[in-house]
Every structure is written in structure tokens, then in C-alpha cells.
Design a protein around this ligand. Structure first.
Ligand code: ATP
Length: 534
């Protein structure tokens, strides 16, 4: 296979979510993060392919559909539309939505299975053990709670299985995996997750079964139609199917020709083992290059437990978005929960954070400064050149390194640091304008000084809006428009040329004398509602 043709391509995935229920805020969390990365990479001038989708096979789905008196396919179709609709509400700009029930996917799975089979890495054997249907995974006896409950799905009893299945020779890849983790220390992130995986693998890998008996909802094993391919052996390949152009033949060669290897798999830590151990081993067996990195973030929790569809302790993202707007939800989760760590959701903190950061610090600063520009400079940016402001100016000197800090933050998925570093500039802007008191300078007839103060504050607000645009695209649009630009951060085909990072992440972009729009609040203060139901 040819290496990825240019460095200018960036492909990334969210997990393919299980359609056992409608999406919740946990599913939204990974997807918002992935969208922020994709938007950042586009600003950097990359061609980006953001893949999301759904994992639709397996016993969990079969049982859920039965319990709802639906056919599995009808059930999947209904749930898929709720995922798509949520992604639109949250302004997620995905490029591919991969469904594992797609007929093209069947072809890819078959071909991949054939490669691994030809390699001699699949064999028939007896499988015995405790199975969690909610995880679709065998559990070690010592992992179980009260000897019968899954440690993640603590309300679900595991089931005893004793059947003939096809196995994948995972154990054969132990050394190669260990070498991979050693040679590419960034392959699994954050470091705590890497350590977990390294320790797990060092305890010795066992082969895992990749087929099931008596599960109809899935693809038949090509060499034995009485067995169905295990849902994970099918789902992970959904990332490859997603790479196919809409009109190309479903072959591995076509799928892998442009976007492979995927640069980044973003997942929650619950599915780390599948992505960081099983997936690379499967790819090694098929002689395919490995993805760039796997980032396993933490859990959104409720009362300390992972929110999840199976536990039903979730928060409804549709309700959150309709009450507070997409930017608010995106900003809160990406800023307030350090990416990689677990975090509990708290509605009071949600409202307070957004009011403090976006309504007060950022929104008010823009509003009051724009009002002065209207009053003192006839609604235009003062006739000042950003370059002429001295380098040791409080705001300019902070802004000088901010673009780089923020770029590193997005690259390393430290969204919280991105927001904090950017807000620091805004807070410095508020302090600066209070200290400089341009309203007094104006009364004293020092119009040049007033112009320079207003310019540097407006430029700081612009820069902050730009740097936050992967997280809060609508707010950034509002700010840019009020500053007199006609730019749409949601137009993914033009952002790279209209607002390249190399230019707009620097100080001094506001053109002197550009006409400003009428000041309007860019972020409405939020009220604490009585309740937000789950
Ligand atoms: N509580 C959560 N916190 C953070 N991410 C989550 C959370 N729940 C789900 N996710 C995201 O969804 C992925 C799991 O997808 P899945 O469809 O299995 O959702 P789930 O709600 O965890 O389902 P279930 O409860 O049935 O296991 C995780 O790897 C992560 O990307």
C-alpha cells in the first residue's frame, strides 16, 4: 500500500456508537471533541475527513429491537436518525457517517476476514466464560462485581457461555504490540491510558473469539455461515469502510488508497482495549499500516458512575442544546472537564461558567468596546496599525505566543488549556480597558490614545474569537461579523482560505477603519432552569 500521499490530509474518527438507544451526552462529548479537532485542522489548511457512525450488529441490538417489537433494521434506522439529528444540532461537521449494516461494509469485512484467514490467524475452538452483552465482551471472573455483575454495566448480569467459536490469534502479536508501544510512545494517549494498556499486555495476551453462535443479527462467518462475526471484529472495520468514496467499489484497496492510515481515533476509555490492543493486532495480521494515535478520554459521570445507555443514567443533550445552544454545550464540556479525566456534570456550574466566560468576560468586553468605537470613531475600527503597537504592550505581548500555545493545545487535545489560555487574554483586555479608561482619555482630547486602546482591545477579542472558533463557531461568527468581517466559520469549504491559522491566529489582523456592525450581545446570559431532565 502507498503511504498517505500528502501530509496535508488528516483523518479522524469518533467511535461508531452502539444503537441500543438514542445518543446521550457521553456520545456527544467524544463527537464534540472530534469536531473541534477537525475544525482546527481545517484552519491549519489540512483536508480533513471526520468519520462518525454507528455500530449496529450484535446481540445487544438484537435483544433491544426484540424488546421494542421492532425488526433490528427498523430499530437501527430509527436510532441512527436520532444520532444524525443530534450531530446537526451540535454543529458537528462530519464527512462520513459509517453504518455497519451498510452492504459495502459487508464486502470490506469479508475481504478483511479473508486476509486474516489466509494468514492462518483464525481457528476454531471452545469458548467458555462470563459474557457481558452490554459490553459485548467476555469478562474475567475476578473483574465481576458480586461475582455476577459487569464492572461497567453494574446493573447487568453477565451470562455464562460455552460454545464453539472462531478465534483470532491475538497471542501471536504480543511481541509486536509491545514493540509498537515502545517505539511509538504517543500511539496511546493520554499516558495513563498507555500505561494501563502496556501493563495489560505484559500480563500475557489470550486469543479472543471472533464469532458467535445463535446470534442472527450480524454478518455470517465467510467460511462457516452457522456462525456470525463477532460485533467488534465487524465494527472496527467500519472505520475502513468509511474511507470509501461514495461511488467507489467496496474493496480494501479502494478504501485504503487515500485517507489511510487514520491519524486519530478518539474514544472513551471503556473501549480502549479494543482499539489499542485488538485493532492494531488485527491490522498487523492483515499486513496493513497502523493508525497514528488513539486517545482514550475519561467518563462523564453521574454520582461517580459512567453515564451510559445501558445504565440509563444519562443527560439528554437535545434538551441541553435546545435550552442553551450548541456553543454553550460544546464550550462547557471541552473547557470544564480536562480531556482524559472523568468529570461529573453540574448544572449550576454549567450556567455560571458560561455566564462568566462567554457572556461577561468575552461578550461584554466586545460590547462595551464596540459602543465606544461607535461613539468616538463613527462606527469604524480606529485608524491604528496593529504592527505599530509596541511589542511590549500588555495585550500584544500576551497575544504574541497565544496562537502557538493554542495550536499545541488543540494538537494534544488539551481543550481546557485552549480555553483557559484564550480567556486569559480576554480577562487581561477587561483589566486593561478599565485601567486605561478610554472614556476619560476621550474627555481629555487624547484621541490617538483612545484609538490605540480600543484597537488593541478589539484585536484581542477578535483573536480570542478566532482561537475559540473550533469550539464555539457560532459565537466566533457573531464576533467576527460585528467586527466588520463577512466570514462564516461553519463554511468548511472556505475557512482554510478565508481565515488561515497562519494569519488569523496572530496579532494585528483588524484592518484600520473597517466599518463595524451595531453592537449586539453575542452571548445571552443563561438562567438556571428549574430542572433539566435526564
Ligand atoms: N459517560 C460517558 N462519558 C464519556 N464518553 C462516553 C460516555 N458514554 C459513552 N461515551 C462515548 O461513547 C462511546 C461508547 O459508545 P456506546 O455506544 O457503547 O455508548 P454507551 O452509552 O457507553 O453505551 P452502553 O451504556 O450501552 O455501554 C465511548 O467510548 C465514548 O466515546
Amino acid at each position: 500500500m502507498k503511504p498517505k500521499e500528502t501530509k496535508n490530509l488528516f483523518s479522524l474518527t469518533t467511535p461508531l456508537y452502539y444503537v441500543n438507544d438514542v445518543p446521550h451526552v457521553g456520545s456527544a462529548y467524544t463527537t464534540m471533541a472530534a469536531d473541534a479537532v477537525a475544525r482546527f485542522q481545517r484552519l491549519q489548511g489540512k483536508s480533513v475527513l471526520l468519520i462518525t457512525g454507528t455500530d449496529e450488529h450484535g446481540q445487544k441490538i438484537q435483544r433491544t429491537a426484540e424488546s421494542l417489537n421492532r425488526s433490528p433494521q427498523d430499530h437501527c434506522d430509527q436510532i441512527v436518525s436520532s444520532f444524525e439529528s443530534l450531530w446537526h444540532k451540535l454543529d458537528i461537521q462530519y464527512d462520513r457517517f459509517s453504518r455497519t449494516t451498510a452492504s459495502r461494509h459487508a464486502e470490506i469485512v469479508k475481504e478483511f476476514f479473508g486476509r486474516v484467514w489466509d494468514k492462518g490467524d483464525i481457528y476454531l475452538s471452545q469458548q467458555q466464560g462470563w459474557y457481558c452483552v452490554a459490553c459485548e465482551e467476555f469478562k474475567e471472573e475476578r473483574e465481576l462485581i458480586d461475582q455476577k455483575y459487569c464492572p461497567i454495566h453494574t446493573n447487568k448480569q453477565v451470562e455464562w457461555r460455552d460454545e464453539q467459536n472462531y478465534f483470532f490469534r491475538l497471542s501471536k502479536y504480543q511481541k509486536q504490540l509491545e514493540a509498537l508501544y515502545q517505539e511509538r510512545p504517543d500511539f496511546i494517549q493520554p499516558e495513563s491510558r498507555r500505561n494501563e494498556v502496556v501493563s495489560f499486555v505484559s500480563q500475557g495476551l489470550e486469543d479472543f473469539s471472533i464469532s458467535r453462535l445463535n446470534v442472527d443479527w450480524g454478518f455470517p462467518v465467510p467460511v462457516d455461515p452457522n456462525q456470525t462475526i463477532y460485533v467488534w471484529f465487524d465494527a472496527l472495520l467500519g472505520y475502513i469502510t468509511a474511507l470509501l468514496d461514495p461511488d467507489s467499489e467496496p474493496t480494501l484497496e479502494n478504501a485504503l488508497s487515500k485517507w489511510w492510515p487514520i491519524n486519530l481515533h478518539l474514544i472513551g476509555k471503556d473501549i480502549l482495549r479494543f482499539h489499542a490492543v485488538y485493532w492494531p493486532a488485527m491490522l498487523m495480521s492483515a499486513d496493513l499500516p497502523l493508525p497514528g494515535r488513539i486517545f482514550g478520554h475519561g467518563f462523564l459521570t453521574k454520582d461517580g458512575k459512567k453515564m451510559g445507555k445501558s445504565l440509563g443514567n444519562t443527560l439528554n443533550p437535545v434538551e441541553l442544546v435546545s435550552q442553551f445552544g450548541a456553543d454553550a454545550v460544546r464550550y462547557y464540556f471541552l473547557k470544564e472537564i480536562e480531556f482524559g479525566q472523568d468529570g461529573d456534570f453540574n448544572l449550576t456550574r454549567f450556567v455560571n461558567t458560561l455566564n462568566a466566560d462567554l457572556a461577561n468576560d468575552l461578550g461584554n468586553l466586545l460590547n462595551r468596546t464596540l459602543r465606544m468605537a461607535h461613539k468616538y470613531f463613527e462606527g469604524r475600527i480606529p485608524n491604528v496599525s496593529g504592527a505599530a503597537i509596541p511589542d511590549d504592550h500588555l495585550l500584544k505581548s500576551y497575544a504574541a505566543n497565544l496562537g502557538q500555545t493554542v495550536a499545541q493545545g488543540y494538537e494534544s487535545l488539551a481543550f481546557s488549556e485552549v480555553c483557559i489560555a484564550t480567556l486569559n487574554l480576554v480577562q487581561a483586555g477587561n483589566k486593561y480597558i478599565d485601567e486605561q479608561a478610554p472614556w476619560t482619555l476621550y474627555k481629555q482630547g487624547k484621541l490617538d490614545l483612545v484609538g490605540s486602546v480600543l484597537y488593541s482591545v478589539l484585536e484581542s477579542v477578535r483573536l480570542a474569537a478566532y482561537l475559540l472558533s473550533p469550539i464555539t463557531p457560532n459565537l466566533s461568527n457573531e464576533i467576527y461579523q460585528q467586527l466588520g468581517f463577512s466570514i462564516d466559520f461553519n463554511d468548511k469549504t472556505t475557512v482554510e482560505t478565508a481565515v488561515p491559522f497562519g494569519t488569523h491566529a496572530r496579532w494585528g489582523v483588524l484592518p484600520a477603519e473597517q466599518a463595524l456592525a451595531e453592537p449586539q450581545p453575542v452571548f445571552q446570559r443563561l438562567e438556571l432552569p428549574e430542572t433539566v431532565s435526564s
